[in-house]
Design a protein around this ligand. Structure first.
Ligand SMILES: [Zn+2]
Length: 148
C-alpha cells in the first residue's frame, strides 16, 4: 500500500550497520520513524518503501548516508528509496529490513532495538511523504534506540 502521509514533527532517522548480504561489507541501513502521522491515532510508525520525500529531508539523510538511493526494486515492482551497499552497490530491500520479526527495523525485544541509533531530523513544519507504514514496533525503537 502506498499512502500519501501527512507527518507532523518530530521525524526521526533510525539506523544501524549490517553486513551486505552479497559481499559481506559493512553497510549503513536507515529508515524513518514518525509518532505523529495523520489518521494513525498517534501510533509510532516506521516508514518503509519510501517513494517520495521532501527535498529537505532527503538532503539531510543523504548527507549522512549517501548510499540511501532511489532504485528500482523488482520485488516491489517500483522505484523507491532504499539502502545500498557502498562497495558492491547491491540493494538491501525494505522487505528484508522491515518485514520479518528480528529484522533490523523490526525489533521484537529491547536488546534488538538497542542496536539502532535514533536522531531527530529538523523540520520547519508538517511534511508529506509517500511510503508504507509498519505498525507495532515503533514504540520499542523509540524507547530503546541509542540517541545521537
Ligand atoms: Zn555489497
Amino acid at each position: 500500500m502506498d499512502n500519501r502521509l501527512k507527518i507532523s514533527p518530530p521525524l526521526y532517522l533510525i539506523g544501524q550497520k549490517i553486513f551486505c548480504w552479497r559481499c559481506d561489507s559493512k553497510m549503513s541501513v536507515i529508515a524513518l520513524l514518525a509518532p505523529h502521522i495523520e489518521d494513525t491515532e498517534n501510533q509510532v510508525c516506521v516508514l518503509s518503501d519510501i517513494v517520495e520525500l521532501p527535498k529537505e529531508v532527503l538532503l539531510y539523510i543523504q548527507k549522512r548516508v549517501p548510499t540511501f538511493k532511489r532504485r528500482y526494486s523488482k520485488m516491489a515492482g517500483k522505484k523507491y528509496f532504499c539502502n545500498t551497499c557502498p562497495k558492491c552497490g547491491v540493494m538491501s530491500g525494505d522487505f528484508f529490513l522491515h518485514s520479518e520479526p528480528g529484522a533490523p527495523f523490526f525489533p521484537t525485544e529491547e536488546e534488538e532495538a538497542k542496536s539502532l541509533y535514533i536522531t531527530e531530523i529538523p523540520l520547519s513544519g508538517s511534511i508529506t511523504a509517500k511510503a508504507s507504514l509498519c505498525l507495532g514496533t515503533g514504540d520499542l525503537i523509540l524507547e530503546n534506540a541509542k540517541k545521537i
